[in-house]
Design a binder for this molecule. Structure first.
Ligand SMILES: [Zn+2]
Length: 294
């Protein structure tokens, strides 16, 4: 009995030690598991940070354009997190006269353009247009390609490269120049619109909008929108200021005309909280686009 009791108490002590150690082991593993859970939550939050503004923001409700500020609000969310580099192109062509510095700077050679599109694809970027922004279908890695002035080389040189890769673009057309020498024709634009190319207005005659009286300003901004919409059978969501020149009167007219977005020639990252003053990255003959898409 005595032996048994002593034995029992010894056994009890061993059991207590084991239990304590087990508690320590359990505590240790709980801490490790806790650290893993925290790290996982952090990684998930980091991941969501890039997804939330691009999907939830737009699906939360229809955009509302406020009368007072002209800024676009999406039901309780701001657009400040939308990361969408907008590239600005003019000519896509192999320009022969190297002495014309301006023309050379506005022209991206076709093979260089094709390389840039390949790079965009390799980096996992998808091309979007403004209709995608309004629909809330902008993927986390998105880029917008815009082409100013509506030169005919867009149809012959840029569009085939875009088509090959299933890429989209926004084309800024000057109403009066449609179908004139060196510019796109209505039927070319209609064909491309049917393949997803989006059209924006670049006025009727490409003037400096800051100099214009009300009636002329309305023709360039408001009438160009209906002219393109009626002629091409598509909706024009965005406007492009000629030579990037505008003032408060001009932006007020752009808003009044019903445009949802307007692009400038300010160079840099886009800020969608100012939808009528969107910055772009200018792409010229010697531009390296890689830095903007990493
Ligand atoms: Zn222009």
């Amino acid at each position: 009995m005595d032996v048994y009791c002593r034995g029992s108490s010894w056994l009890l002590q061993v059991m207590q030690v084991i239990m304590m150690k087990r508690a320590y082991i359990l505590l240790f593993f709980s801490c490790v598991a806790g650290l893993f859970i925290l790290a996982g939550a952090r990684a998930l939050a980091d991941g969501l940070d890039s997804i939330i503004p691009l999907t939830w923001v737009y699906r939360s409700g229809p955009p509302v354009q406020t009368e007072q500020t002209g800024s676009v609000q999406y039901a309780g969310y701001s657009l400040s997190h939308l990361r969408l580099p907008i590239l600005m192109y003019h000519h896509i062509r192999d320009y022969p006269d190297q002495s014309d510095a301006l023309a050379v700077s506005l022209s991206v050679p076709v093979d260089r353009f094709a390389e840039q599109l390949d790079f965009i694809q390799e980096q996992g970027y998808q091309t979007v247009v403004f209709a995608d922004v309004l629909d809330g279908t902008v993927p986390p890695k998105a880029v917008m390609l815009t082409f100013d002035d509506g030169y005919d080389d867009f149809y012959t040189s840029a569009y085939p490269e875009l088509e090959k890769r299933g890429m989209m673009a926004v084309l800024y057309l000057i109403g009066d120049r449609l179908g004139t020498g060196g510019y796109l024709t209505t039927s070319q634009v209609k064909e491309m619109v049917s393949h997803g190319i989006e059209v924006g207005s670049h006025t009727m005659s490409h003037p400096d909008l800051r100099d214009l009286e009300n009636e002329r300003l309305r023709r360039e901004i408001e009438d160009s929108k209906s002219f393109l919409q009626d002629g091409l059978g598509t909706t024009v969501w965005s406007f492009c200021y000629p030579s990037g020149r505008y003032n408060d009167t001009v932006t007020a007219e752009v808003q009044e005309a019903g445009y949802r977005f307007a692009v400038t020639t300010h160079n840099g990252a886009v800020d969608f909280t100012q939808p009528l003053e969107l910055a772009r990255y200018r792409v010229g003959s010697a531009t390296d686009i890689e830095a903007w898409l990493k």
